[in-house]
Design a protein around this ligand. Structure first.
Ligand code: APR
Length: 296
């Protein structure tokens, strides 16, 4: 009936079976699971960078609410990152890119530092980040541990001839609000950063790693704890990871607001920096990092 349909949204089982297998009911349970976990899979989003002043997308003070759609000639904020719109007119994207998409700061948040700590303690299997700010790399997360689901502002590609350049080489034009054009002779193509737009496929690596880490278990060890941080879980297929986690694997959500669409064993609703600080205090871990922005 209708009820089962509603619950079946949780992927590997309905709420009853997921809850029946839950091993985490209290903060203490969470610390105990963290102690024994050796293959933590993290899914993170823009919420882990907002304490650095980098706006997220959908909060009241997020990027989408800050756009003047009228002047951009758009009807929906997501069109800024829409491939069809870009190919018709790259102006809206580059007007926005110059403002928020090229962070030059090398400061990371306590949450980024926490992810690095999980790696240092040999507990991190993979980080699936939806962010394009590359701050996980600056925090020291190894390439092999990373999946940048939506690409990153690292390389850029000509929409006509496929020529590749670094985003850094485009910075002067982007900051000036100009449209970077292909450098190749006789090519009039527009250059687009290698970030995943709506209408564009995610990198192949995404599906390969989800298959081996989460769904099939494959040659690499399976996930033993799923940690979801600072994401509204509104954009598929990245958010679908939250319901592909095998039954019985603890699912932890750290976010300002609870999720209405996905089942979690425990949700710490609040600032992720404060949550990870409390976790580190509980674990007796030292949350320090040379590039970490001091806590307010
Ligand atoms: N601590 C905890 N949670 C936070 C914090 C914080 N300091 N700041 C914001 N949040 C929460 C917000 O409440 C929100 O639920 O983080 C979430 C951010 O959600 P979005 O703005 O939707 O960002 P994200 O989930 O990363 O978006 C996914 O959408 O536009 C696309 O490609 C873009 O990768 C992006 C994708």
């Amino acid at each position: 009936g209708e009820d089962e349909g509603a619950f079946s949204r949780f992927g590997t089982g309905d709420v009853e079976s997921l809850a029946a297998h839950s091993k985490i009911h209290t903060f203490g349970d969470l610390l105990r699971e963290l102690e024994t976990a050796q293959n933590i899979v993290v899914l993170c989003g823009a919420g882990i960078s907002t304490s650095l002043g980098i706006p997220d997308f959908r909060s009241a003070d997020g990027l989408y609410k800050s756009l003047d759609l009228e002047s951009l000639g758009l009807s929906d904020p997501q069109e800024v990152f829409d491939l069809e719109v870009f190919d018709q007119d790259p102006t809206p994207f580059y007007r926005v890119a110059s403002k928020v998409m090229m962070p030059t700061q090398a400061l990371i948040s306590p949450t980024h530092a926490f992810l690095k700590l999980l790696q240092d303690k040999g507990k991190l299997l993979r980080i699936y980040t939806q962010n394009i700010d590359d701050l996980e790399h600056i925090a020291g997360i190894e390439e092999s541990k990373m999946v940048q689901c939506h690409g990153a502002f690292h390389m850029a590609t000509c929409r006509q001839c496929g020529a590749k350049v670094t985003c850094e080489s485009l910075r002067p034009e982007i900051v000036a609000g100009e449209i970077p054009m292909c450098r190749r002779k006789r090519c009039e193509g527009v250059i687009k950063p290698d970030i995943v737009f709506f209408g564009e496929a995610l990198p192949d690596r995404f599906r390969h790693m989800v298959r081996s880490d989460i769904i099939m278990g494959g040659p690499t060890p399976k996930v033993d704890l799923f940690l979801c941080l600072g994401t509204s879980l509104k954009v598929s297929p990245a958010c679908d990871i939250a319901k592909q986690v095998p039954l019985g694997v603890p699912r932890v959500y750290i976010n300002r607001e609870p999720s209405a669409r996905f089942y979690f064993d425990i949700s710490l609703c609040g600032e992720s920096d404060l949550a990870v600080q409390a976790i580190c205090e509980g674990m007796g871990w030292d949350l320090s990092h040379p590039q970490m922005k001091p806590m307010d």
